[in-house]
Ligand binder design. Structure first.
Ligand SMILES: [Zn+2]
Length: 85
C-alpha cells in the first residue's frame, strides 16, 4: 500500500499517464544567421545521411520511438500528487 508522503494517508489512487514528449528548441534569428545553418548542415551530414543509409540496409530497425509511462499517485485526502516508480 502506498502512503502519502505529506499526510500519511493510504487513501491514494494511482494514475498511469502515457506521455510522448516533443522537445522543440527555439532559436532566434541571430542564431540562424551565425551558426544555425552550419549546425543544421552538420546535423544533416552526420545524422540524416547515416540514417538514410541505415534505413537502406535495415540497420536502423532497432531504433524505435519509446513511450514513456508515468505512474502518478494522487492523495485523496490532501490532494498531493507525486510520481511513483
Ligand atoms: Zn496526503
Amino acid at each position: 500500500m502506498i502512503k502519502c508522503p505529506k499526510c500519511g494517508s493510504d487513501n491514494v489512487s494511482i494514475q498511469v499517464v502515457n506521455e510522448v514528449k516533443m522537445v522543440r528548441k527555439h532559436h532566434g534569428i541571430l542564431y540562424w544567421i551565425t551558426i544555425g545553418w552550419i549546425i543544421s548542415l552538420f546535423k544533416w551530414l552526420f545524422f540524416t545521411l547515416p540514417a538514410l543509409i541505415f534505413k537502406v540496409f535495415g540497420i536502423g530497425k532497432k531504433y524505435k520511438t519509446i513511450n514513456v509511462e508515468h505512474k502518478k499517485a494522487v492523495c485523496q485526502t490532501c490532494g498531493k500528487v507525486w510520481e511513483v516508480k
